[in-house]
Write a new protein. Sequence first.
Length: 405
Amino acid sequence: FADATGWGDAILPDYFGGSVANIPATLLQAFQPGCPLPSELLPPLRTDLVDYAALSAADTVVLLIVDGLSYQALQTALTRGFLDQCLYRLTTLTSVFPSTTSAALTSLHHGVAPSQHGLAGYTLFLPAQQRVVNMVRFKPVDGGAFRRPPPDPARIAPSTSLFTHLSALGIDAEVVSHDAFSTSSLTRLHCGNAPYRSHRTPTECMALLHHAALQPGRRLVVGYWAGVDMLAHVWGPDSEETRLEIDLLGVALRRGLLEPLAASGKRVAFLLTSDHGHCTLQPHRCVSIAGAMRAAGGLIHPPTGERRALGLSFRKPALGERVFRELAGEDGVLLAVEDAIKAGIYGPPPHHPELRERIGQFILLARGTASFANADPQEREIAYGAHGSLTSDEMLVPLVHIDFG
């Protein structure tokens, strides 16, 4: 990858034992030590990253996913008392590529790379629909309705949810996530028929996690909090608003979950991780691609992905490549999708049969604090935080492990 792009300090996904996509196999191995894992899964996390003996000894594992929380952001929050008076172990994982919610959360729930599950972008071109579709909202990006029967979220990715694997082993599992996501297509894809407890605030989230963790039998409880990601996009990951959100989450976590678990005496392993981090954007480095699209002779369909990782399909590929390489300059890297797949940044084979078509011919990756907007300068939406590319702020996420009982 570095030879092809000249980007020597890009953080590439560690799919073979050091990424969020390796967590499902890790949990299955912890619940059933010594049993063979489903062949489709990526391998478990390396033993230097997780304490398998402690995980296996726990009756309950609580996995809290904090969307958009980078490793650096958590490290900084720890100096402000995020896990005050807690005995914890902190290690570093990578996200997947692209480092975005639809790709990373699907890998976190299915245990396979984006190359395999196929949700390889925030927006993707779905051949059956002949439309670019937002893969979080499952709606066409042009605002219209599906012209054909809408895609079935449960069938759009051929991989199997962790909850399905656990059910086959007789292990109970449930989900604690925001009320707004309870019936979403992405939730159905990730969680299947697992019981779903709806929260509305951080304190309610922790109370529900605590209640679920104390139920009898061996079980997995997965919690999800979206507030950090939401504020980081609007205000920036280093803003006072985002820092305060993280600190308030820490207070709710300690008082609503960790302290009650310590008092319960129940054997519980608590894990905290994230799907991806966030990069601070500089508005003056937000580059409009509108003029370049016209100079390139137009696109076959709207760009896929997002402002830090755009998928492009040109009507005139040679001209488009030349125009966009010039546009990228020092702000980005243009890479043929075929070369990106060969480099392994989307993950190992077997590849989803629509992978290339869903992404496009080329991928435009933002470097540093730059971004690429699919609009004229006066029309583009201002954002101070984003993700999707391969900087350390986007790619490195925490894994916290705390044992109780």
